[in-house]
Ligand binder design. Structure first.
Ligand code: GTP
Ligand code: ZN
Ligand code: ZN
Ligand code: ZN
Ligand code: ZN
Length: 301
């Protein structure tokens, strides 16, 4: 797992904003932070000060001169752990925390009859385009709320705002995925209503978003025909954890070497429960079947 998946992600680098709020310089975060990450600080042990790298909440190992010392924080005896086992421990804690929060999100969504989709894909597969078209065509029938995720810009949120749907943008800074905590906060900011459809556009990346349950009702992986049909084999996690696979940009099929039959076969090899939709968000081709599916699940307006 890469560094940004959990580590190196101080909460105050995450920005959750509605379009138009980006120039207000409103800081919604308090400067609380937990020491989940490695940092150096001084300790006093038997009146002797020493500096060391230290992770609160988690086990840590560090070098020390021969002296007795105790900590406020629980940690293992100072055995010399391998850096690797330490990393795995941190990953487990992060995933566990995320999964608990995802279940809380899911409970909330179920109680309010909010049908939640988590759109995952590589960058540029057409998530925002698909969503724009879907909202325009179905907004009389379904009540849409949107959470847009990407690292830096408000671009996608502005595109969605133009369709008339309520939207917030989560900028993750260096982070390469959304997590359940960000969704929890964004949902409050959006004030998502009962009997609605909440669509979450995850950060464009076929690896890390697969690891983080957001509490969604269904996960939708989008693959475009310009990406090559071997993606399911190369990025199996994304396909095992998804319920729906949308094959987008089918209008380009005459111009690219992409075998639709093969991509489905590869994807089913990874996950035999996947349902497919073949669409062009640009021309609208194939969108009707996708809409039918959405209308079947989404809370009626
Ligand atoms: N030909 C064609 N182009 C499409 C289609 N859907 C999206 N595009 C184009 O693909 C590019 C990326 O589309 P976006 O909707 O921004 O993709 P995205 O997945 O939201 O991108 P990120 O948020 O950056 O990951 C744009 O130039 C779109 O116009 C399609 O069905 N056919
Ligand atoms: Zn990552
Ligand atoms: Zn500290
Ligand atoms: Zn120590
Ligand atoms: Zn997008």
């Amino acid at each position: 797992m890469c560094d940004t998946c959990g580590c190196g992600q101080p909460d105050d680098h995450i920005k959750i904003r509605k379009p138009g709020e980006e120039h207000e310089h409103r800081h919604e975060h308090s400067h609380e932070h937990s020491h989940d990450f490695e940092h150096e600080h001084e300790h006093e042990h038997d009146k002797k000060k020493h500096k060391h790298k230290h992770e609160h909440n988690y086990e840590h190992s560090h070098e020390h001169k021969s002296h007795e010392h105790s900590h406020k924080y629980e940690h293992d005896e100072h055995t010399y752990e391998h850096a690797q086992s330490k990393e795995i421990k941190i990953e487990q804690d992060i995933m566990q925390k995320n999964n608990l929060l995802a279940e809380r999100n899911r409970g909330y969504f179920e109680a309010k009859n909010i049908f939640t989709l988590n759109l995952v894909s590589s960058p540029g597969s057409g998530k925002t385009s698909l969503l724009e078209k879907t909202i325009k065509d179905l907004k009389k029938k379904l009540f849409f709320f949107v959470i847009e995720g990407d690292q830096q810009t408000m671009n996608d949120a502005k595109r969605i705002e133009a369709t008339g749907a309520a939207v917030v943008q989560i900028n993750t800074g260096n982070g390469c995925h959304l997590d359940a905590d960000m969704i929890n906060k964004a949902v409050k900011k959006l004030d998502v209503k009962e009997n609605s459809v909440l669509v979450i556009e995850n950060v464009g990346n076929l690896v890390c978003p697969a690891l983080f349950d957001l509490g969604e009702s269904k996960r939708v992986v989008i693959i475009s025909v310009t990406e090559g049909e071997d993606k399911p084999l190369k990025y199996p996690n994304m396909f095992t954890t998804s319920d729906i696979c949308i094959i987008n940009k089918t209008d380009l099929l005459p111009h690219v070497d992409f075998n639709v039959k093969k991509v489905k076969e590869y994807a089913l090899r990874i996950n035999n429960k996947l349902d497919f939709f073949e669409v062009s968000a640009k021309t609208g081709n194939g969108m009707d079947e996708w809409y039918e599916w959405l209308l079947k699940f989404g809370g009626k307006r």
